[in-house]
Each structure stands twice: as structure tokens, then as C-alpha cells.
Design a protein around this ligand. Sequence first.
Ligand SMILES: Cc1cc2nc3c(=O)[nH]c(=O)nc-3n(C[C@H](O)[C@H](O)[C@H](O)COP(=O)(O)OP(=O)(O)OC[C@H]3O[C@@H](n4cnc5c(N)ncnc54)[C@H](O)[C@@H]3O)c2cc1C
Ligand code: FES
Length: 325
Amino acid sequence: MTDASTSVDFEIVGREDFSPATYSLVVRHPLMAKAARPGQFVIVMSHESGERIPLTIADFDRETGTVTLVIQAVGKTTREMQQTCQIGTALYALVGPMGIPSRLGDARKVVCVGGGLGVAPVFPQARGFKENGAYVIGVLGFRSRDQIFWQDKFNSCCDELLLCTDDGSAGIKGLVSRGIELAIASHPDIDEVIAIGPPLMMKACAEVTRPHGIKTMVSLNPIMVDGTGMCGGCRVKLGDQVKFACVDGPDFDGHKVDFADLIMRLRRYAEQERTAVQRWSENCRMKDQIAPAGTPARAAPISDAFAELIDLYDPFDPFEQVKGG
Ligand SMILES: Cc1cc2nc3c(=O)[nH]c(=O)nc-3n(C[C@H](O)[C@H](O)[C@H](O)COP(=O)(O)OP(=O)(O)OC[C@H]3O[C@@H](n4cnc5c(N)ncnc54)[C@H](O)[C@@H]3O)c2cc1C
Ligand code: FES
């Protein structure tokens, strides 16, 4: 594991905005890039008094010494980062890689499924399976054509790629579960399905594969605090077993996960999260009003449309999660 003491800085050397709510940050960290494995995550602090948030390592490049994070602006910290994390700035802290790397194993034919933001974290797994010699079928789901990102990256590591959009504006009209059904219909020898996205999407994927007896791994995103197995915050239920996603996961057998418990636990702080984002957006507006003329703004003022998004956003609505990217 690497931390601030083993790296000079965590400079942001690249950034791309995929949609009004989804963006990627390419962060220079040669040690992290060297150590990272598919399925692992980092804990990030964007500034000294910022919240520590877990983010999946969506890509790593050992030659350039960088890791890529893809972030959906859903609450106070991720919205603040959307404004302040620009190329040339640096993150305050980046700890990792954390979690057990995905087991790429001996699977010969796999389906890698990503829904919305889940497209990003499934990429290193798709590439890892391909490097291991597996036949890789990618199934990517987005709300509509204008939300699609990283199609080129998946084309480079998938033998087949099925795009699914809710509105039919690109690829198959329908959810990723439809894409999995089509893949199973044309490939009776699939060894494993990996699905990453909103909890309800992963649950739906596990239900499609269950009758076929296809091993299905999902990556869980419960609320994490320390990320080291000490606080119990990221507790997840698998049948009658209790696991901690930060040290036992985040990948788990999708046929065993208690998704209702996961969703219930994710909702626990909804009120506090809403209050935090409202306070933060009010502060942003006030700072914007009192800044002397000519002062360079540290963060762009939050627009009315964005404020409306904060009020309307329901992080537990799978369509809202897919809508963000
Ligand atoms: C292993 C793991 C990997 C993740 N990878 C990504 C990723 O690659 N990209 C991405 O955009 N998001 C990822 N997340 C979720 C991300 O950590 C949360 O969106 C983020 O913490 C929200 O912070 P906030 O202040 O912006 O929003 P808040 O308003 O605080 O919360 C918004 C939502 O995020 C969830 N959340 C809040 N705090 C945490 C926390 N400390 N840990 C986990 N979830 C939290 C809550 O359930 C809530 O619904 C990951 C979570 C986990 C556990
Ligand atoms: S985050 Fe504390 S035990 Fe996993």
C-alpha cells in the first residue's frame, strides 16, 4: 500500500468530462500505478479538511505512472471535486491500492457488464481477462447515446461488445440484463459474468445468470469509513455470512449478496447527505457573491440547473445513477 509519504504529490495530469455529472481524473502516482490490480480501489482526500471517499481504480498505466478515477458527482465531496480538481492541481491524499484484486482465474469466456458509472470500474477487469487469454464479451449500459464513454477502450480489449441504451439511441434498446440474455443465447459456454453498477442493476444481472448456473461476481459499494476492516461501516450480508467490503471485497458472489440489506444501509445517511450538499452549495453561492472583483474563483459558481439536480437527485434510483454517466 502506498501513501503520501512515498510519493511527491498526487498531481492531476488529465481530466475528461463525460456528462454534466461524470468526469475522469488522471492522477500521477507511479507507485500506485505499479501496485494497482483490477478490482482495487483508493481512498481520496481532495483537500486537507476534506472527506475521505473510496473510488475504484478505473485504469492504471505503469508506463506513464498514472491512475485514472471516474467519478459521478452525487454529493458534497464529489461535486466539490468536480469544481476544484482541474489539471495542474493536486489531490491532498490518495491511499491504496485497497481491497482484494479481482480473481481473473482460468475463465476462458467471460461477460463483463457495466451499467452507467459501473462501466469504468469493469474496464480493468475486461482488459485483465483479455490479457489472460479469455474470450471477453463486453455489455455496457447507458441511458442514451450522449452518455456513452470509453467505447474505444472496450473495443480494444473485447472480442464482442454489446451496447445497451434505455432509449434505444445506440445499440440494443433495453437494460444490460437484456444484453446478458443475448450473450448467453449465443454462447452456451460462458464461464463467468462480472457485473458492476447500481445495486439494483447488479441484482438483476445475478437473477439472469442464476438459472443458468453461471458464476456471477459483483462489486459492492457500501458506505466506507476507515477502509481497513476496523469500523464495520461497510458490512455486507452474503447468505448467513457477514463480510466487510473493504477487506473481504469489494468483489462478491452476486448470487449470495443480500441486495435489500445493501440498499437499506446505503440509504441510512440520506438526510445528512442532502443537508451537507445544500450547505455546501449555499456557501459556494455566498463566496461567489462576496469575492472582490478580479479575484480568480477557486471553484465555479454552482448553476441554478445544477442546484436543481441536487434537489432532484435520488442516488438509489437506478435510472438516476445510470443517467449520470
Ligand atoms: C469500493 C468503492 C468504490 C467506489 N468507486 C467509485 C467510483 O469509482 N466512482 C464514484 O463516483 N463513486 C465510487 N464510489 C462511491 C463514492 O465513494 C461515493 O459516491 C462518495 O463517497 C460520495 O460522497 P459525496 O460526499 O459526494 O456524496 P454523499 O452525499 O456523502 O453520498 C452520496 C452517496 O454516496 C454514498 N456514500 C457516501 N459516503 C460514502 C463513503 N464514504 N463510502 C462509500 N459510499 C459513500 C452514499 O450511499 C450516498 O448515497 C465507490 C464506493 C465504494 C465503497
Ligand atoms: S470501511 Fe470500516 S470496516 Fe470497511
